[in-house]
Design a protein around this ligand. Structure first.
Ligand code: PHE
Length: 342
């Protein structure tokens, strides 16, 4: 009896150590333990050597062993079948696969990339700079000395512990950094995030994105600026869009203008979006002020240049007809999923 007990427990140990990874190994397990010449059947032969008084107990042990082996086999079989390695066609290959969620680009990134690629084709290079700026690059060099009233045009976030530092209010600061390198001619666009201390609403936020452009060379004129921006509008919005320039004021450009395009909704006929004017404003621009060139060590009697700056949110809202700027930063997937990368 003792011999039977220890033999069976040895077999059980062996069984627990068996590992099967496919249908063929599972079948080998079945033949080895449960087949007609398998270990379970062979163990039954013990019965004939067991004394009569122990037969009942031995029968019980052997039966337990058989059940143990069969249930272990069933467990292994389940495992193989559910892992898909059964070698048998239990699965329906025509069922749709598991959905694999793929992200898409943020609408601001999509439009930013489109703007960059349009200006790239005109020979503009991309320049980037820091979001934490010093006063010189954000204001003073741009012809906005301390206490200049126009500083109020852009409500600024200052850094308390470093009074000279601020969060840039426009990417014109990058233009200064590039002009200071004095490698002329210079033809750049400066995309990036900018910050202004504005009350958050459907049309304003405390941060937004800009693309500003700058071209400095000899004999650059306002006609070049107009033609460049006209080309941009036609590429960005379509051939049937017109532009108009309205006189404006920026300390860093003279003359300065604001540019409108025909309303994206009514194409110029007049609607509520364009307040019946047929026009919507998209950017500010002008000829670089001679003081700005001189501040960067560029000879303003030899070189002239134009600059422009636009808010990417504004362009995106017009292009996709988004009515509330806050949607861009709320991370609501129902909104973001509507834009596929182009
Ligand atoms: N820097 C201006 C702004 O952020 C835009 C601008 C750029 C206007 C270049 C004129 C020329 O409002």
């Amino acid at each position: 009896m003792n011999q039977l007990v220890s033999q069976l427990s040895q077999y059980k140990d062996d069984i627990l150590k068996e590992s099967v990874t496919n249908a063929a190994e599972l079948e080998a397990f079945r033949i080895k333990y449960l087949g007609t010449k398998g270990i379970v059947k062979a163990s039954m032969a013990f019965m004939k050597d067991v004394p009569v008084e122990s037969k009942k107990e031995a029968g019980q042990l052997l039966n337990d062993f058989k059940i143990f082996t069969e249930s272990h086999y069933a467990g292994l079989k389940d495992k193989i079948e559910s892992s898909g390695h059964s070698g048998q066609t239990y699965s329906d290959n025509t069922l749709p696969g598991y959905a694999f969620p793929v992200g898409s680009r943020h609408p601001i990134s999509i439009i930013q990339n489109q703007i960059i690629s349009i200006f790239r084709r005109l020979g503009f290079a991309v320049a980037e700079g820091p979001e934490i700026e010093d006063d010189w690059h954000n204001f003073t060099a741009l012809n906005l000395p301390l206490n200049h009233p126009a500083r109020d045009m852009q409500d600024t976030f200052y850094i308390h512990t470093q009074p000279d530092w601020l969060l840039r209010t426009h990417t014109s600061s990058v233009q200064i950094r590039e002009m200071e390198k004095q490698q002329l001619p210079l033809r750049i666009i400066c995309p990036g995030r900018v910050y202004r201390n504005e009350t958050i609403s459907a049309r304003a936020h405390c941060f937004f994105h800009q693309v500003e452009g700058l071209y400095i060379a000899e004999k650059v004129s306002f006609a070049d600026l107009k033609q460049t921006l006209y080309f941009f509008v036609q590429e960005m919005f379509g051939k049937d869009f017109n532009v108009r320039f309205r006189p404006s004021y920026f300390p860093f450009t003279e003359p300065s203008a604001e540019m409108d395009i025909s309303c994206v909704i009514c194409k110029g006929k007049g609607c509520s979006v364009c307040k019946r004017t047929g026009w919507v404003e998209i950017l500010g621009c002008g000829m670089v002020h001679p003081n700005v060139l001189e501040n960067c060590g560029i000879d303003s009697s030899k070189y002239t240049g134009y600059a422009f700056g636009m808010g990417i949110e504004r362009i995106t809202m017009l292009k996709y007809q988004v009515k509330d700027l806050r949607l861009f930063s709320e991370n609501d997937l129902r909104f973001l999923k509507q834009f596929t990368a182009q």
